[in-house]
Design a protein around this ligand. Structure first.
Ligand SMILES: [Cu+2]
Length: 384
């Protein structure tokens, strides 16, 4: 985007370091800009009580997001797979979800509230905890098995027309785009999307109402995981498929996580001011890393839902991973890499292990440094 056409760009903002600007008071990714005396700010080169040297401080935020008020928590979203309700109809497995879209303001960094539009499901962990449908960003991670009939009862309880467009194989009528099939679902209306789960992989769903970039950027997206059915494969492939299918005990040996990479345009200038893994800036930062048992195999379903920027990326420190592009293969499409990039809607599965590693905090983040410093910075807390 041509920076000269905009009033104040985020880069101007970073240069100025003007923390008084609306919507950015909490970000201190670049603490050096305006180093306030805060409880957790350490002087240069002081050894912290964790034994680490804090020279210019770590990237992070001052203060805390009120996850309770949001109604969803990044650590819960990380491992919450929404399996819906499973039933049998005419000898066929049917998996069904009751889904809504609502308007919802949520806190993405301490003191920074985003006026979002989000999806919620009756069967998400957040909704079950609250005994009511809770909207969340990213939306619930839908998980099913290839070959099942999926039924998604969608009600638009938001203030704008929305749809749900699934990445997968289905009829045009069920594609959730304006002007085709049922098209837009207006405020107060309902529609049931129904199609077979295929192909297996790491997919996504999102609103496809226009203007598209606004509807997606507002928060209407989520992960859509179709597990392979081991009975369709044989030999080594069958064994791998079992580890990928949540209904098999082989799957329990793997620690599975979901990260949707996203960004938030808090001042509506068509650029993101905050970046995150699962919506909360530094949500898995040094103050709340992801605990990992070092001997357990790790599987990360990674999806890029970032609007406005052409790509996003992930880089894992001090380790390498195997990558399954779109998750649609049982053998990796890339082996022994430590960085991959994804354009919007691109996704894949990372598999890695910290077996025999020294316990400690292992960083992972977008390798666009700007994204990392504006919130997409995380840690694994590797434990023996
Ligand atoms: Cu929409």
């Amino acid at each position: 985007m041509d920076e000269s056409k905009k009033g104040v760009s985020r880069r101007d903002f970073l240069r100025a370091g003007s923390i008084g600007m609306a919507g950015l008071a909490g970000i201190t990714g670049l603490r050096a800009l305006a180093q306030p005396a805060t409880a957790n700010a350490l002087p240069p080169f002081q050894e912290g009580d964790d034994g680490n040297i804090h020279d210019h401080g770590g990237a992070g935020v001052v203060g805390q997001v009120d996850h309770e008020a949001n109604g969803f928590h990044p650590h819960e979203i990380l491992t919450d797979f929404d399996y819906g309700e499973v039933k049998e109809e005419n000898g066929r497995i049917v998996r069904e979800w009751n889904f809504v879209a609502i308007d919802k303001e949520f806190e993405i960094a301490p003191g920074i509230y985003f006026p979002g539009w989000v999806y919620g499901s009756e069967t998400s962990a957040a909704s079950r905890r609250a005994s009511r449908v809770v909207g969340q960003c990213p939306g619930p991670t839908l998980r099913c098995v290839e070959g099942e009939l999926l039924r998604l009862n969608f009600t638009n309880a938001g203030s704008h027309p929305h749809t749900i467009h699934f990445h997968g194989i289905h009829s045009a009528f069920m594609d959730g785009i304006p002007g085709v099939g049922r098209g837009m679902i207006n405020t107060g209306e309902s529609f049931t999307y129904e199609f077979e789960a295929k192909p297996f992989g790491c997919h996504l769903y999102h609103c496809h109402a226009v203007p598209l970039k606004r509807h997606i950027h507002k928060g209407l997206y989520g992960a859509f995981i179709i597990d392979p059915d081991p009975e369709k494969y044989s030999g080594e492939e069958q064994e791998i498929a079992k580890t990928r299918n949540h209904q098999y005990t082989e799957n329990e040996a793997v620690n599975e996580m979901v990260i949707v990479m996203n960004g938030f345009d808090t001042n509506f200038d068509g650029d993101n001011e905050v970046y995150a893994a699962n919506s909360i800036a530094f949500g898995y930062g040094m103050a709340s890393p992801i605990p990992i048992q070092r001997d357990q195999r790790q599987r990360l379903y990674l999806i890029n839902a970032t609007e406005f920027d052409p790509i996003n990326s992930i880089h894992i420190h001090a380790n390498f991973f195997d990558y399954y592009d779109h998750g649609t293969t049982l053998k990796p499409t890339l082996t022994t890499v430590d960085t991959i990039m994804q354009c919007q809607a691109q996704r894949g599965i990372l598999e890695f292990s910290f077996a025999d590693f020294e316990p400690g905090l292992y960083m992972f983040h977008a390798h666009q440094s700007e994204f990392a410093e504006l919130g997409w910075m995380s840690f694994f807390d590797v434990r023996a």
